[in-house]
Ligand binder design. Structure first.
Ligand SMILES: [Zn+2]
Length: 192
């Protein structure tokens, strides 16, 4: 693993190993120095550490870094502050129900009027959850529609990635969740 490049972001393996105290001294030093410089990776380490405390770090090595962050956010808010070590993810592939797909916002956006996602056949209800950069739930709502208007009072920090996902209810008590998608609100255009 290249040791001298500060510019290279940490891999999911590095982050997981670091949190798990599984790195040799040189590798730890690289992680430390990188994290000191890189907000993005520092966020990953914090998020993974939080995940590790709940006993779920084994998932981290299986997914790419960006997805790893998403996974942290995916699990944490839905499980609440429980310290349970029970497995929380369903077996992949047990369902043929298609999850909804977040459509907008995604990536850099200049406004956040609403959230839009794809329709899921048979779904009678959608639950949308918006998270801040730390994975805390900022806002959650349910609707039968495939779009949800964001309340103007919602505080979205400019320039900081936020995350959202949507779950579709396909039968009573059964929700199929999308992956997390991220967006960053850029500086708002000047008002007329
Ligand atoms: Zn980085």
């Amino acid at each position: 693993m290249p040791g001298e490049k500060i510019e290279a972001h940490l891999t999911a393996m590095e982050v997981a190993a670091y949190v798990d105290n599984g790195l040799e001294a040189a590798a730890r030093a690289r992680v430390r120095s990188h994290v000191a410089e890189c907000d993005e990776c520092r966020g990953e380490v914090i998020a993974v550490a939080r995940l590790a405390r709940t006993g779920r770090r084994r998932w981290m090595a299986l997914v790419p870094l960006a997805a790893a962050a998403a996974l942290v956010l995916y699990i944490a808010p839905w499980q609440g502050p429980s310290d349970s070590t029970a497995p929380v993810l369903r077996e992949p592939g047990v369902t043929t129900i298609v999850a909804p797909t977040p459509i907008a916002p995604h990536g850099a956006v200049t406004a956040l009027p609403s959230l839009t996602w794809s329709r899921v056949p048979l779904a009678d209800r959608y639950k949308v959850t918006l998270f801040d950069a730390d994975g805390s739930v900022l806002w959650e709502t349910q609707t039968a529609d495939t779009t949800a208007v964001v309340p103007p009072s919602l505080r979205i920090v400019v320039g900081v990635p936020h995350y959202w996902k949507v779950a579709a209810r396909t039968e009573p008590g059964r929700w199929v969740a999308s992956d997390l998608t991220s967006f960053t609100l850029s500086r708002a255009p000047p008002q007329r």
